[in-house]
Design a protein around this ligand. Structure first.
Ligand code: PLP
Length: 432
């Protein structure tokens, strides 16, 4: 008889020796030492051979499915050409920029970076330079990356997730006090900040659907109100479409709600798992970058990374040429949501199923779910228990309460139905 440790446990312990906490991003360790060795289509495989239907999707970066051949082939093709030169421009960067300008309604020009955090940092700096003002408004629960300008009220109360507000120590007090917090779907909370700080607010930044707390759906009145409020106050409106962009539609949520933001950030799904993010906006604003002779620094060794651009072109072209993709993932998302709703109704427990398109979330709370404050009634322990038991059954969801789950183009009706069956068993087990 052997007492061999699971390989995942050994790998995790090995990782802890050389990587802080054994993971390269704090939200990757939530309670269990996972180590993964493979991914294909709708599945991920752990180091002990466990296979899971994956709804985590690398926090939403996987949209077409894992290791999608058309994206991987494009990357291989690009590798045979240009890896990274770092001088001038490569044709692939131009092709990618043109493609983005053709699909994002507000995009006249685009620049790209490696991560969504860099994109929002550029956007905020550009907004401050353009307006000559220093304050930024973000919404409670909105996440826009790890940098100082957006470090407040990402997730609170502190009992949630890794539980820190601001998200980090080591941030200058002035950076924190320059970020004002409003309540999502509550225009009066934004108006109050503009009243309190006249001519001091540079921009309002929002996730049009705050998927970092699951799926709060904006009212049309709210997004329209933000547009007119920011315009009349001389502030910029920044749509952070790092999740909503490409996942829900080709043109992002701005094409759903018909509002034109001043600046748009995108990332994650744009390159189906390869590192690429960007900032898009009108020529008048984007020309302020130093690359165009302006005064806002645009710098980055890996900006315009040709390999990422190749993945981005392959992903976005596929989405453009296959409009039925979104109809399909939305149908699968709806199948999941309505199936979960039936289970909630059958067991009669306080559960709320929400989502949009390919995204779904099960909150462990009663209605309503309109704004962030409502989410404070969510039973986080119950969600984490649900996650743990679903993972044991072979279905991997986001291991953090108040986050969302993602259906990809590789999921099938059968995957969804098996997930629902398992959810039913798991919830039944939790309730009895
Ligand atoms: N904006 C939003 C809406 C996000 O969800 C994220 C990441 O989760 C970011 C920005 C930051 O992107 P990245 O993790 O690529 O830096």
């Amino acid at each position: 008889m052997t007492n061999a440790k699971p390989r995942g446990q050994s790998l995790y312990e090995e990782a802890c020796e050389v990587i802080p906490g054994g993971v390269n991003s704090a939200t990757r360790y939530v309670g269990r030492p996972y180590a993964f060795t493979g991914a294909d289509g709708a599945y991920i495989t752990d180091a002990d051979g466990g296979r899971y239907v994956d709804y985590h999707a690398a926090f939403g970066a996987i949209l077409l499915g894992h290791n999608e051949p058309l994206v991987n082939d494009a990357v291989r093709g690009a590798l045979d050409g240009v890896d990274l030169i770092g001088a001038g421009v490569t044709p692939i960067e131009i092709e990618f920029a043109k493609l983005i300008c053709s699909v994002i309604p507000s995009a006249e020009m685009v620049t790209n970076a490696m991560s969504g955090s860099e994109a929002t940092a550029y956007a905020i700096r550009l907004a401050r330079a353009e307006t000559g003002r220093s304050l930024i408004v973000k919404f409670q629960g909105g996440y826009h990356g790890w940098h100082d300008a957006v470090a407040r009220n990402v997730i609170s109360p502190p009992s949630l997730a890794y539980g820190m507000d601001p998200v980090s120590a080591g941030i200058l007090e002035q950076a924190l006090t320059s970020t004002l917090i409003a309540e999502f779907n509550d225009l009066s909370s934004v108006q109050a900040l503009f009243d309190e700080h006249p001519e001091q607010i540079a921009a309002v930044i929002l996730e049009p659907i705050p998927h970092n707390v699951g799926a709060l759906l904006p009212t049309q009145e709210f997004v329209e109100g933000l547009r007119s409020l920011t315009s009349s106050a001389g502030a910029l409106l920044i749509f952070d479409e790092v999740i909503t962009g490409f996942r829900h539609t080709l043109g992002g949520y701005q094409s759903v709600c018909g509002i034109t933001p001043d600046l748009t950030t995108f990332g994650k799904a744009v390159a189906n798992g390869f590192p690429l993010a960007g900032l898009a906006g009108p020529r008048s604003l984007m020309s302020r970058f130093t690359s165009a002779g302006g005064d806002v620094a645009l710098l980055g060794t890996f900006n315009g990374y040709p390999i990422g651009c190749a993945a981005g072109i392959a992903t976005v072209s596929y989405l453009r040429d296959n409009p039925s993709f979104y109809a399909r993932t939305e149908t699968l998302g709806e199948r999941m949501r309505s199936g979960l709703r039936s289970i909630v109704d059958e067991f009669g427990f306080a559960g709320q199923v929400r989502g949009f398109g390919s995204v779904f979330v099960l909150y462990f709370m009663d209605a309503p779910v309109l704004g962030y404050r409502d989410l404070m009634r969510n039973d986080d322990k119950a969600y984490l228990e649900f996650h743990r038991r679903m993972a044991d059954a072979g279905f991997f969801m986001l291991p953090m309460s108040l986050k969302r789950n993602h259906v990809s183009g590789a999921h099938t009706e059968d995957d969804i139905d098996r997930t629902l069956e398992a959810s039913r068993d798991v919830l039944k087990g939790m309730l009895h």
